[in-house]
Design a protein around this ligand. Structure first.
Ligand code: ASP
Length: 320
């Protein structure tokens, strides 16, 4: 696994949340909280990253993540350029690195990368110049670290900073979900009391993955008494045609409806990383209902990405 730290121990890249100590997670979340701002108010801005240039390299579709990384960088005074670069094809590996090195010569200081192929983000990180940082914006089914952090921030805002008394249920296509993997890393890193995994057998991750999760195959068993219900999208793009579950049947057995939500604690919060398949994994009544914090998740995305960019990119000389 790539070492994402500098020699002095500070974070140079953010590729995974796996193994981040609790104090570091808490510090990032505290930092992000300072950037959270009520809707309608002028968002906080500063010049902490003035003179820094970031490249957005997204080879999978993205709305929230790309826009919020861009807003986060701009609100800290950085420049952001959206680039069209072919990353995934290993056959084009050299071309890809040539492009990255060209961008380095143009004074890029960091790259925000989303790619469907495992290992590409780390491959770029392993080859960039020493002063350049790489931020994962979603790697295959494996990780989505800033999503994990924004999910943790959202839970903290509603349930407090102590995770050890919480029971968090992750429901749906866990097998193909990078959101679930990063959620697992951050929630276990913060010492969550109980993490439940609720999925049909075909969408349950392999044994050995999510070792501290309690597995349930029905929401009726798994949702009882949960404090947090995190729904996931069915990742059709990572399935063969024959594996894709029938939407109506899936909704009937696993969809989050108001009666199912009543199995959780009365003050349970409902999360979803979006995009949502309404009527397949979640009913609109719940997605738009009083227990939903889905819009808070989006808002927190900018604050978390500001904290991450600032923490990683700030410790650098203004002029080399
Ligand atoms: N937007 C999230 C991701 O990039 C969740 C999803 O697409 O289902 O993984």
């Amino acid at each position: 696994m790539l070492n994402q730290r500098r020699g002095d121990g500070s974070l140079r890249h953010l590729i995974t949340l796996e193994g981040l100590p609790r104090a570091e997670l808490d510090a990032l979340l505290d930092h992000a909280q300072r950037y959270v701002c009520a809707l309608g108010a002028r968002p906080p801005m500063n010049r902490a990253l003035a003179g820094v240039t970031l490249g957005n390299l997204f080879t999978e579709p993205s709305t929230r993540t790309r826009v919020s990384f861009e807003l986060a960088a701009r609100r800290l005074g950085a420049e952001v350029i959206n680039l069209e670069v072919q990353l995934s094809s290993r056959a084009k590996g050299e071309t890809m690195l040539d492009t990255i090195h060209t961008l380095e010569s143009l004074h890029f200081d960091g790259f925000v990368i989303r790619d469907s192929e495992p290992g590409v983000v780390a491959h770029v990180a392993a080859h960039v110049a020493p002063h350049v940082s790489v931020f994962s914006a979603g790697e295959a089914h494996l990780s989505h670290p800033t999503q994990g952090l924004l999910d943790a921030l959202t839970v903290r805002q509603h349930k407090g900073v102590r995770f050890d008394s919480l029971s968090i249920a992750i429901v749906g296509d866990i097998k193909h979900s990078r959101v679930a993997r990063s959620a697992y890393d951050v929630f276990t890193g913060l010492g969550v009391g109980e993490l439940r995994l609720i999925a049909p057998p075909a969408l349950m991750p392999a044994n050995g993955e999510f070792p501290d999760g309690r597995r349930f195959t029905t929401p009726e068993q798994g949702l009882r008494g949960a404090d947090v219900v995190m729904m996931l999208r069915i990742q059709k793009e990572r399935m063969a045609q024959a594996e894709i579950p029938d939407g109506e049947q899936y909704f009937a057995r696993y969809g989050l409806t108001a009666p199912r939500l009543r199995l959780a604690k009365p003050d349970a919060i409902v999360m979803h990383p979006q995009p949502m398949n309404r009527g397949i994994e979640i009913d609109s009544e719940v997605a738009d209902g009083p227990q939903s914090v889905i819009r808070d998740q989006v808002r927190n995305g900018v604050a978390v990405r500001m904290a991450v960019l600032e923490s990683v990119l700030r410790p650098r000389p203004v002029r080399a």
